[in-house]
Design a protein around this ligand. Structure first.
Ligand code: AMP
Ligand code: MG
Length: 349
């Protein structure tokens, strides 16, 4: 399949590009597009055949449900139930934006889209190109991240093309994404609201609207033998090709330990990489040292993490060590993705 590549340039032509992309989706095809979190791989959420194609293009296990993207508040009630009004409250507070809700689904949504579940994940993104595309496609676009299953989510169209060229109908290039980590997932199907995947919208922010909100225990806990409630969170994810471990402990010791580990790997002839922060990056001796930005700037860390993991792949780095980052606020999302990328391999310094 030839993949069309369209660059959104802010001109009047963008309207035409979105219309063309919308026609592809209506006809059952697949289009990758920018959102404020990461690039999505879109298909018509109400067409079972489109969902099947999404799973095939990503190589994604078919029990891992897709998020349905909408572009009008009023469309929520066409696909999901909100028996107690909590979904409306959350929508008003965080939509459009990086927040996904899990709700009981209505019959309009095919089981292929929800991975066989009776619940559906719904999000209303804030990115203008995403909104334009969803509207052009008829209002309901199923879109997981536009990466091959298991790889880091794409934060620019270049990475989408690396994974999806020849496998989908079109890539809409809208430049680099803003946030760089996937949306927060909030389960509203039980009495107590629960965060199934941390993201830019934090527990504290949700508690301001809903009162108590819990966090799925499996999120930062490698030892937990419970199944995560979001089926996708059980899979190895966001992973670079090389081996990655997170080194935790007192900062000075972390630096020493990582340098020791890199020296050992180098002696075995392996190419080494380190993920550090601006404050500590100059202290490392490795083939490739990358900074996620200043420790004080969580948004910068979120923004650069997946790009850095992909850059290590491109450079052929075989062994990587990362500093740990604080797991408060959005740091919870950052640590969750980093630990998953590392397959929960943690070393105490
Ligand atoms: P992605 O689309 O790649 O950002 O992944 C979507 C995430 O949402 C996966 O971890 C899914 O398991 C999760 N998800 C989607 N729908 C549901 C649902 N109905 N219940 C629980 N988790 C869901
Ligand atoms: Mg994904």
């Amino acid at each position: 399949m030839k993949t069309l590549y369209e660059v959104m340039d802010g001109s009047g032509e963008d309207e035409k590009r979105l219309r063309k992309a919308g026609e592809i989706l209506k006809a059952g095809g697949l289009v990758a597009f920018p959102t404020e979190t990461v690039y999505g791989l879109g298909g018509d959420a109400l067409n079972p055949e489109s969902s099947r194609r999404i799973y095939a293009a990503k190589g994604r296990p078919s029990d891992n449900p897709l998020i349905v993207h909408i572009c009008r508040f009023s469309d929520l009630e066409r696909i999901a139930w909100d028996p107690d009004g909590r979904a409306a409250l959350i929508a008003r507070a965080f939509w459009p934006g990086p927040l996904t809700m899990i709700l009981k689904k209505k019959d309009t949504v095919p089981m292929e889209t929800t991975g066989g579940l009776s619940t559906v994940a719904v999000r209303f993104p804030s990115h203008p190109a995403a909104q334009g595309l969803i509207a052009a496609a008829g209002g309901f676009v199923a879109a997981p991240s536009a990466n091959t299953s298991g790889k880091p989510s794409p934060t620019s169209a270049r990475y989408v093309a690396e994974d999806m060229d020849g496998r989908i109908d079109m890539i809409l290039d809208g430049g680099d994404v803003g946030i760089g980590l996937e949306s927060t997932i909030l389960d509203l199907t039980e009495d107590e609201p629960m965060i199934l995947r941390p993201g830019y919208v934090t527990q504290e922010m949700l508690e301001e609207v809903l009162g108590r909100v819990s966090v799925d225990r499996t999120i930062l806990d490698a030892a937990s033998d419970r199944r995560p409630k979001a089926p996708g969170m059980k899979y190895r994810h966001y992973a670079p090709k090389g081996e990655l471990a997170v080194v935790e402990g007192e900062p000075g010791r972390v630096t020493l330990r990582i340098n020791e580990l890199c020296q050992k790997a180098a002696a075995e002839g392996k190419k080494t990489g380190v993920i550090a922060a601006d404050e500590t990056a100059p202290l490392y001796l490795a083939d490739s040292v990358k900074s996620v930005g200043s420790r004080a700037d969580e948004e910068a860390i979120a923004h650069s993490l997946y790009r850095i993991l992909r850059e290590f792949d491109d450079e052929g780095v075989e062994v990587m060590y990362s500093e740990a980052f604080p797991s408060k606020g959005m740091g919870q999302a950052i640590m969750n993705r980093l630990l998953k990328a590392a397959g929960h391999h943690v070393i105490e310094a």
